[in-house]
Design a protein around this ligand. Sequence first.
Ligand code: CA
Length: 468
Amino acid sequence: MSTDRPNILFIMSDDHASHAMSCYGSRINETPNLDRIAKEGMRFDNCFCTNSICGPSRATIFTGTYNHINGMTTLATKMDGRQITFPKLLQKAGYQTAMIGKWHLGHGGIHDPTGFDYWNVLPGQGLYHNPKMIEMGNEKVYEGYVTDIITNLSLDWLKSCAKNRPFLLMYHHKAPHREWEPDEKHAQMYEDIDIPEPETFWDDYSNRASAAKEAKMRVDRDMNLKDLKVPTPEGLTPEGEKKWKYQRYIKDYLRCVASIDDNVGRVLDYLDREGLTENTIVIYTSDQGFFLGDHGWYDKRFMYEESLRMPFIIRYPKEIQPGSINDQMILNVDFAPTFLEYAGIDIPDSFQGASIRPVLNGDPPEDWQTSMYYRYWMHLAHHNVYAHYGVRTHRYKLIYYYADALAQEGAIDDSREPEWELFHLEKDPYEMNNIYNDPDYAEIITELKEELYRLQDRVEDERYKKDV
Ligand code: CA
């Protein structure tokens, strides 16, 4: 075995939107340690998930397949660990492998992590404080704050690694997932300032399909006491109440992010001290994006930009130009083949994405993807979001709310009238104006539908009835 295969440090948080990272131009916070990865590596501005929800996005990352193939279409489904995953292949090829932190793909038997020499994961969502974890099948309670604990365990594992073999560490944070509980160190952060509200904070959901208006993820109406931690003051106007709730929400969210940033800094320092920086691929991403008051919402699920976009910064000094920015389209389904290529392992035919290594090296194949396919299956569950699929190109986004459970476990069987949305992403980057019924776009719509069905065929998914 060659000893120059790179180590892979895959850092993933849960629900961390790129617009809460300063390297992505955040208006609301600073993330100096995450920024180090971008500064010393590459920032991707068009990295997207294929289904904006926790478990399904993770299943795609592990298996390199879309959710209708890997079986994890909704949060009610579990990962079948007998599938081929990239950690299994790396382990077989001699990598030391570990999975530490948020797993969220089910537990017990075929649902436990596979392909890892060591694993220690939170059960389900896990707790922020004094979390129980499952270490190689055995439960144990850890005292302290979850982001620190996951980092400590990750550093301990890194220290235990043999120096003559490469490692894969999946270092997965629970934060900043709802209900956004900060640690003591950051509890007072932002106390004396107001965080700016997003441009679309006062969205009234007009000029859109009804799905947007029907969603139950509004900051002003749908947050509960657990989210806000204290009762809403009396005597506020409806406008004042919405503003107050946003500040409660976003400050706790950003405090959780600040702890991630500190802890990632500790791990980057460790790599520097141990002389591992040069030969380690470091990635920071999140399983999807999140609405940070955008459209008046929290949560994700929609194919809208804030939820669809994943942060993706990558550092590998041997190959990647420091401080570079890339606007090529990459997807979570592309991660697994990328790691295999770096490890010199053949990519199985069952994988549905492509290695991004040539894109990172500034030499993408001529036919590199310029469109992507998305599907959200959990019709009406949790936040009343309609099931939908769609296609995004660099310029347009076409969404079809087929609004039907299709007997999926974890979806609610109560269909709605299907609707379409079309957005011109250059003219309308916040997706406030559905132009599906504008006759000027009739030809574009025909082309986009052809592309949508082409992508569906390519990934072997099924179109909703054939009469749309
Ligand atoms: Ca998530």
